[in-house]
Each structure stands twice: as C-alpha cells, then as structure tokens.
Design a protein around this ligand. Structure first.
Ligand SMILES: Nc1ncnc2c1ncn2[C@@H]1O[C@H](COP(=O)(O)OP(=O)(O)O)[C@@H](O)[C@H]1O
Ligand SMILES: [Mg+2]
Length: 255
C-alpha cells in the first residue's frame, strides 16, 4: 500500500483573466484521492480537466480554494508530482536514455546509481532495446512509455496524466491501457488521469470524477469496484460505462 500521495482538492475555483473579463474554468471543485488510488477525471472538452491537472501540478495558481498533498498545501511544481501530456513530453534532441538522465540530474542522481535506475525503468516500460533511439525514431506508444518512464524515474508519489493516450491509434491505445494498469499495480503511485474516453475511465479508474461543462464542477463521483485486469464481458463493466455516458451526454454540446 502506498503511504504517500494523498490529495485533497478543496473548493477549487480557477478563472483566467482575458480581455473581456474572465473565463471561469473551474468552480468549487472538491474531491479526495487516497494514497495509491487511480482516479480518472472525465468531462466534455473545455470543462477544465487540464486546468485542474495543472493546478495539482502546481503550474497554475488557484483563484480560490486549496489543494493539499499529504497535508501540505501545493504552492508550486515539485518532484513529488510528475506530469505527462498527450505528446511531446520528451526532449527531441536527446536519446531515450539521455531523456531519463536529464530527469535525474536535478535530483543530483548521477553515475552508477543513475545508470541502474535508467536500466530498471527502461525495462519496466519495455524500452530496454530502444534506449539509444531519438524520440522521432519511436512509435507513438513507445514515446508515451518513454515519457512515463522519465516521470517515474524520479519517484514522484503522484502521477498526473493528461490524455496520455489521446494521440495514439486505437490498437496501441488498447495495449497501452493494459500496460498502464500493470505499471500502476507495480509502482503503487497515486494517479490522476484525464480523459474524455469513457472506456479508459472504466478500464482504469477506481474512482471517476465526472465534471460538468465549463465552468467545471463536480457533477458526480462514481466508484468502479471491479477487479483488475478488467473484463469488458462483465455486465457491470457496461453498466458503469452506460452510467458515465448518461452523466456526460447532457454536458456535451456542439459548438
Ligand atoms: N491560459 C489560459 N488563458 C485563458 N483561458 C484558458 C487558459 N487555459 C485554458 N483556458 C480556458 O479554460 C477552459 C478550460 O480549459 P481546459 O482546462 O484546457 O479544458 P479541458 O482540458 O477540459 O478541455 C477553456 O474554456 C479554455 O479555453
Ligand atoms: Mg485538456
């Protein structure tokens, strides 16, 4: 069981100043994430999912409210949280292994200790043979696995993933979902995962936070108490998907 990585999101609001006033991206968002829990945030496009993840990452200042990690208020970015985006998370001018080395340097980890960690994490994400390749020489799925390895290697207690499979083809996405469950079970990190894909939510999450259309508010929190790896033939799987779709469909608009 993970002992670190407990998050408390408390009455968080976020407005972005724009020329005509302000865009309210999030309004009074409250939820908890237990240490080691896999939480998925879903909601229609523009509802503030990325904003919320950036707030947890400490990259965006809150307009109101509080986010606590293990009882300390988040005031900025820190190596206790690692974030991975949909794409372009790697330095394109560095090989895969150099990307991992670069992630260790700020922590002062170099030499044999660094090489051992790099070896371990490259193997963990199935890229042991590809360590000397450049990001452009990797497939989309390999790039995302490398980006996740680069984040895991500095041992954050919380992994923040913003539509990490969004740029991948359907088959790769399917394999990556299974892979993500495996790596999460092994690493025991807290994961906050943003997607608009309902199947990803039901396949991955222990808890789904459903956000309303902008400004994002918590519309419902849905627990998914199904055993991993999840079986889509289990009728309860489809029931959860259906429940989430009913919650989301009223929020999705054409514009
Ligand atoms: N830096 C910014 N300045 C102004 N508005 C922003 C900024 N970032 C996001 N927004 C606005 O905030 C809202 C939420 O955006 P975002 O968090 O990216 O939503 P999502 O990830 O759910 O699609 C959108 O209306 C978006 O245009
Ligand atoms: Mg987004």
């Amino acid at each position: 069981m993970a002992t670190q990585g407990r998050l408390a999101v408390e009455s968080v609001s976020k407005s972005y100043p724009v020329r005509e006033g302000a865009v309210v991206a999030l309004s009074d968002v409250t939820f908890d994430v237990a240490a080691g829990q896999f939480v998925v945030l879903i909601g229609p496009s523009g509802c503030g999912k990325s904003t919320l993840l950036h707030c947890i990452g400490g990259f965006v200042e809150l307009t109101d409210g509080n986010i606590r990690l293990d009882d300390s208020a988040i005031r900025g970015p820190g190596s206790d949280r690692g974030i991975v985006f949909q794409r372009e998370a790697l330095f394109p001018w560095m090989t895969v292994e150099d990307n991992l080395r670069a992630a260790l340097r700020p922590k002062g980890i170099t030499g044999a200790e660094a090489e051992e960690l790099i070896d371990t994490y490259l193997k963990a994400v199935g890229l042991g043979e590809s360590r000397r390749l450049y990001p452009r020489e990797l497939s989309g799925g390999m790039q995302q696995r490398a980006a996740i390895a680069r984040t895991l290697i500095y041992q954050p207690s919380v992994l923040l993933l913003d539509e990490p499979l969004g740029a991948l083809d359907a088959q790769t996405r399917e394999l990556m979902k299974e892979w993500l469950v495996g790596i999460w079970l092994r690493e025991q990190k807290t994961v906050v995962y943003v997607t608009h894909d309902l199947d990803e939510a039901v396949f991955l999450a222990q808890k789904v936070v459903v956000l309303s259309a902008r400004p994002g508010r918590v519309k419902r929190i849905v627990d998914v108490n199904l055993r991993y790896p999840r079986d889509r033939r289990d009728p309860r799987y489809e029931e959860k998907r259906e429940q989430l779709w009913k919650l989301i469909r009223d929020e999705v608009r054409f514009d």
